[in-house]
Ligand binder design. Sequence first.
Ligand SMILES: [Zn+2]
Length: 113
Amino acid sequence: MHELSIALSIVETAEEEVRNAGGRQVEEIVLEIGDLAGVEQDALDFAWKEAVKETVLEQAKCVIENKAGKARCLNCQYEFALTYIYDICPSCSDFRKELMQGKEIKIKSITII
Ligand SMILES: [Zn+2]
């Protein structure tokens, strides 16, 4: 399951951060997840509960910030919101584009106590 491996890798990073900071556990973690990252929110919630057991994240409050998809057309340079990865440029209908935002899965901030 895609979401479980995401959750496990976040746990791994958090464990490392807490170790480096000499803390005990994470109070709050903020994740940034792009709308085009292919993450199912429900599946992630479910995986999260399993993955954080007996880790520094077990008591942590998890905040998820969604990032809307955004792309720049490679033909006319127009920047537009992307709902689906295959959307075409609304200005010139070209399908070639550079994804600027929306595929990220990352830890935005982590509060260690
Ligand atoms: Zn265009």
